[in-house]
Design a protein around this ligand. Structure first.
Ligand code: NAI
Ligand code: MG
Length: 353
């Protein structure tokens, strides 16, 4: 019986609740396929920050480095500024482990409805490939003349040839396994250094993939298109910021944030990859036991797939689809009255068959 060592960081708010449900489902799925997950828990969170002054211990990255994968809930809670929780845990992990791909698949699942009238599941299926290690999320810059009338802030974006090329190549390779279309999010009309650079590299890489249809679209128009003609999109590749925004939008049009999973992937496999939901810790509903665990469960399916447990991953996907299609057990965001635990239990039961 082969086991996988998983570092589990439930984090804050609903992260804790949805991770507990996802673990039930994943344990059931791997057990049915002759394997096991060996979980190690880490209490790294805003609550830890309040207690100790840091989100994770100084050797946190080292502690995680020996694991096969990292399963993260969400971090962030009122009382700790969001840039502190993000830069104190999530971003250091993504960067130290070169998880330069943030893969965010979205699709309209059975039994759920979209805010877009008349759109079908076939038309709403895409994947956002977000650059996850550089770009607009940089520490270069500063605040000046604080408190004076001339106060100002400068924030530099960092785009490297290697960083841009590898994420775009990843998108094209992925398109070969899907519908063969890639759309690049740009804004080279307004952002005149980094975005023309991005576009040039996109064109160079596209030339290596004559079998894949490629196009680029300015981020503002692309946002509108995601709502008006989502059927024309399949693989969408974007910078750290653009990919972040587009993936929340994509999730919103395909059934909501409660359904959207995400993988922070180190493609060469030199370091552990990290799997989480797209959503955050949702302080507005935290502690009520009503968060939808599906996004976290689907993130778990992505983790199993990444570990090579393809059959167990497919079993989790199928169980989610079965339970959602029945529509009997549904959390409030899906129009039902079920609790997080009730939906998690129903999906775990469906996995066991
Ligand atoms: P959020 O994703 O936590 O919540 C946005 C809205 O969606 C809320 O109304 C929430 O109730 C709803 N929602 C989210 N997930 C849901 C679920 N599973 N079931 C039902 N409803 C759900 O984003 P928000 O409010 O901007 O951020 C809250 C905190 O989370 C902040 O501290 C933020 O920094 C942090 N955050 C952390 C992330 C991470 O750890 N990767 C990602 C995004 C935000
Ligand atoms: Mg986001």
């Amino acid at each position: 019986m082969s086991g996988y060592r998983i570092a589990c960081v439930p984090g804050d708010g609903i992260g804790v609740d949805v991770v507990a449900e996802a673990r039930k489902v994943l344990d059931a799925a791997v057990a049915a396929h002759g394997s096991s997950l060996e979980w190690t828990d880490f209490d790294w969170s805003c609550e830890r920050y309040a207690r100790t002054g840091t989100m994770m211990p100084e050797d946190g990255i080292e502690q995680l480095s020996g694991f096969d994968a990292i399963f993260l809930g969400a971090v962030g809670f009122p009382g700790v500024p969001d840039h502190v929780s993000l830069w104190g845990l999530l971003i250091p992990v993504r960067r130290a482990f070169a998880q330069y791909v943030n893969l965010r698949p979205v699709r309209l699942l059975p039994g759920t409805s979209t805010v877009l009238a008349g759109r079908t599941a076939e038309e709403l299926e895409m994947v956002i490939v977000r650059e996850n290690s550089e770009g607009e999320y940089s520490t270069i810059g500063g605040r000046h003349d604080r408190g004076r009338p001339g106060e100002f802030a400068v924030q530099e974006a960092v785009f490297t040839r290697a960083g841009v090329e590898r994420i775009i190549r990843y998108a094209f390779d992925l398109a070969r396994t899907r519908t063969g279309r890639v759309c690049s999010a740009t804004k080279s009309n307004g952002i005149i250094h980094t975005m023309p650079f991005w576009d040039e590299i996109f064109a160079e890489v596209a030339a290596d993939y004559p079998d894949i249809a490629s196009e680029q679209c300015h981020i503002d128009a692309l946002a509108a298109r995601m709502v008006e003609r989502p059927d024309r999109l399949d693989v969408v590749v974007g910078s750290n910021l653009f990919g972040d925004i587009l993936s929340d939008l994509a999730a919103a049009v395909t059934g909501g944030l409660g359904m959207a999973p995400s993988g922070n992937i180190n493609p060469p496999g030199e370091y552990p990859s990290m799997f989480e939901a797209v959503h955050g810790s949702a302080p507005d509903i935290a502690g009520q036991g009503i968060a939808n665990p599906v996004a976290q469960i689907l993130a778990g399916a992505m983790m199993l797939e990444h570990l090579g447990e393809t059959a167990a991953a497919a079993a989790v996907d199928a169980a989610v689809e079965t339970v959602l299609a029945e529509g009997v057990v549904a959390t409030p965001d899906l129009g039902g009255k079920a609790t997080t635990t009730e939906l998690g239990d129903a999906i775990a039961a469906a996995v066991r068959g």
